[in-house]
Design a protein around this ligand. Sequence first.
Ligand code: MRU
Length: 339
Amino acid sequence: MNIATPNHDSIRAVLWQGDHLRLLDQRRLPVEETYVDCRSAEEVASAIRDLVVRGAPAIGIAAAWGVVLAAQNEPERLEAASAHLRAARPTAVNLMWALDRMAGAGTDAQALAREAQAIQDEDLAANRRMGELGAALLDADAGVLTHCNTGSLATAGYGTALGVIRAGVSSGRISRVYAGETRPWLQGARLTMWELLRDGIPATLIADSAAAHLMKSGAVQWVVVGADRIAANGDTANKIGTYQLAISARHHGVRFMVVAPFSTVDMATAGGADIEIELRAPDELLGYAGQRTVVAGAQAWNPVFDVTPAGLIDAIVTERGVVERPDAQRMAELFRRTR
Ligand code: MRU
């Protein structure tokens, strides 16, 4: 089967308005398409913490605009504002990367706005390039499973893993797209399904717990996911559940692709054990949509990322090139070659 689709990419989640930042409120999708306007770095930090905006590259881009807001409105607090933004979430290194880059651009509000715009524009270009590189790894008539949301909602546009899926569907290589619902926050069910259907890409939702059964059926040849931080040895932190998908994929002979811009690669972190894993409130697991679903008094453990060891990854796709069977040496080679 060939899914006929235009190369659509109609969604933008992070919109600079000249004097404030408009964010598509991802807590409310797909029920409502509403926006949150941020007028200070503090408001941007809260939006990142509360998941109004989420996804590693989008968090970095939003934080960069948060620095611009501080430079415009409270220049004397620029450093404090940047520190506040940095503490909003711990795992996605794109946040720290973007803030470091903004710190290198000085203190002038106009220069900072140019830098934030460059970060946003470069992310979109990187996604389109990764889309081409990743799709080229797929055989014809491929079925793919993705996890979480890695699309236009999570980036400047087009997406990382979802960019590969967009490119693969456009070129006719991908015939079947499956999305895991991504408990507990449902990025897959609420965001990825909305984004794909909105852009004319048919997709099938599965419960996270159906993944191994799906792989056994032969319907998917690749798992394609994004990343929040890739260590120097290729170990990859991504949304909780990614690790079990990688184990399952290896067992079933399904290949496993990580797609992320180079801003997600953290050469200063040696391996996955050194990556801080964000723990979020137990309430995210104990209820749904404000409604308690678990008996009062119950406890819950809610790590929202996990680490997939490099040995379970067949390819890491960045805009600088593809690293097959990643390890410390191959990652260092890519870094040296493309510096
Ligand atoms: O908690 P989230 O929704 O910010 O987590 C997002 C993910 O884990 C994505 O897979 C990752 O950030 C890559 S987005 C291109």
